[in-house]
Design a protein around this ligand. Structure first.
Ligand SMILES: [Zn+2]
Ligand SMILES: [Zn+2]
Length: 254
């Protein structure tokens, strides 16, 4: 499995893009950043978008991607998440008001986008991968994912505050090779992190204890760029060599 970091920050400003990860060549994990990084040829190859939740920093490029690949693909791009998440997207974004409903364009039979819902804790096969959503603790319905190929499993928490289930599953997953977790705020802003359903470095330290498995690499994203230096210091204070703060353009090969 190859994971390319297209964007990994909790806000957008020059030099910093929001969450988007390309798995192998054809699957996106969240779509906050896609079209400003991938060439159109690369965009055309995308068959699946796995969505953690409907906050704009995780979905905004779905709309522009749909526009860019129109007429250039012969099958729809699957929008994969729970029913709850997909219905918010349908009702509020792809509603012919905020953006055209690309699940019926150019026709209902041959649309650009297709909703593909998966129940929480149920595994869905997509090409060479399987994905399984696990509910996390954020301020809107949000799921993290266990994503597997034949040899490897990764866990992506999406946006989350303190949570239980996904760490339980991480502790039991025998092929687990990496965890992608979030740290959004500095330790000194723990209260804001809590009310907004996010973590600080200290909070992540506590979460990782629930998983056990100190040998597993932990890749951190979703830092608010305005506090990046402080967050990096807070993370280094954890003195955990397995934790790496992601940068745009990073490629992780498993
Ligand atoms: Zn969010
Ligand atoms: Zn976010």
């Amino acid at each position: 499995m190859r994971i390319r970091v297209l964007g990994c920050y909790g806000a957008e400003m020059p030099g910093y893009k929001t969450s988007g990860f390309l798995i192998n060549e054809n699957t996106l994990l969240d779509a906050g950043t896609v079209v400003s990084v991938l060439s159109v040829e690369e965009q055309i190859k995308i068959n699946n978008i796995i969505i953690s939740h409907t906050h704009l920093d995780h979905i905004k490029d779905i709309q522009f991607l749909a526009d860019n690949v129109m007429g250039k693909r012969d099958k729809p791009i699957n929008l994969i998440s729970t029913n709850g998440v997909l219905s918010v997207l349908k009702r509020n974004i792809l509603n012919d008001i905020v953006w055209p409903d690309f699940t019926t364009i150019p026709s209902k039979d041959k649309p650009i986008l297709k909703f593909l819902s998966v129940q929480e804790k149920k595994e869905l096969s997509i090409g060479e991968l399987t994905v399984k959503p696990i509910a996390t603790t954020h301020i809107v319905e949000t799921v993290g994912y266990v994503i597997k190929d034949k040899k490897n499993a990764i866990i992506y928490t999406g946006d989350t505050g303190h949570t239980e289930e996904i760490w339980k599953i991480a502790s039991r997953e025998s092929n687990l090779k990496a965890v992608f977790a979030e740290v959004s705020f500095p330790n000194k802003m723990a209260e804001l992190a809590d009310v907004s359903g996010h973590l600080t470095a200290k909070g992540l330290g506590k979460e990782l204890k629930k998983m056990g498995k100190p040998e597993i690499p932990v890749y951190v994203s979703h830092m608010k760029p305005q506090y990046l230096n402080i967050i990096e210091e807070d993370i280094s204070d954890l003195e955990n060599k397995k934790i790496k703060v992601l940068k745009q353009g990073d490629i992780i090969e498993l």
